[in-house]
Design a protein around this ligand. Sequence first.
Ligand SMILES: Cc1ncc(COP(=O)(O)O)c(C=O)c1O
Length: 372
Amino acid sequence: MVTTRSIPLARPHIGERERELVMDVLRSDALACGEMVPAFERAFAERVGTRFAVACSSGTAGLHVALDRLDLGPGDEVITSSFSFIASANVILHERATPVFADIDERTFNVDPAAVEAAITPRTRAIVPIHIFGYPCDIEAVSRIAAEHGIPVVEDACEALGCSVNGRAVGSHGNPAVYGFYPNKQLTTGEGGMVTTDDADVAADLRSLVNQGRSDNGDWLVHQRVGFNYRMDEMSAAIGIGQLEKLEALLEARRRVAERYDAALAGIDGVELPYRGPEERSWFVYYVRLAEGIDRDAVAAGLAARGVATRPYLPAIHLQPPYRARFGYAEGMLPVTERVSRATLALPFFVQLEEGDVAHVGGSLREVLREL
Ligand SMILES: Cc1ncc(COP(=O)(O)O)c(C=O)c1O
């Protein structure tokens, strides 16, 4: 097959403003520990509606420090879901604790609060719910269960900047929440992340942990705790400020692309479109769920031959090699997660995707499915 199109899975949207802000940094001497990071943190906290936001070098770093301050160790359990990017669970292993995977809701792909409750044991030390694909999990139910058992919650909001639960932004429900800014995200800084919180002590802990355990007293060579170098650099923060200024437009543009997809893919046999629930999704990816029995690899190969990049997104974490090897996990452990994970396929999704591209993806998918 000859195709002239080549549509990638994701593309960042960087404009003149971001370039100018990065050039301002490069013209200054402050490439690290300057004014851009605090300015980005203030603007981000204001957007999410929290008192504090602590910038860090990635979403993974943010999750790691948010758990590290809980002093976890061997024998401690942390409940999360397996339908996520592997970093959500790896940070639990980095803390030498054990991830306990609760199964997900078949429609939202987020952790099922009843499964969380059932997974709690005397060794449970934290819960990490994930707002996957930009659709919020039932954070109110999870927080209520956690509070009843006195267990702290860290929200993985890496894919969820811009979505709300009951009118309140994700990240403003009383738990530390972690965002990721990799270039496929709603807002990018290249690499980067942010943790939001209303609690001054939590913010101080996080700020210290990302900065080699230093405290705010200005003494650069006194380290109050064993920390990390997870600082965000000034160029990244400059990009973040530019992105945040146009965040509403970016989110709206993503919404428009999703609507175009909805129209282009409507009514295809065996193809389920993204869940539309009571909460509004902040569009991170556009995925389809293929009916059982459709060969997803063949669909992906057929689309690739037509210049359309896809990804089998997401593979279940508990079935990844290190988790199988360490814990002996195998198929059958989490029926809903595994069913969803076998059937979902991410399609090209970014702000610059044109109507003709979406039509090409839709037409290609129809064609490939006919030919299977
Ligand atoms: C749900 C989820 N958690 C954690 C991460 C890790 O973020 P980062 O890639 O910025 O380390 C990602 C990002 O890819 C993610 O999608």
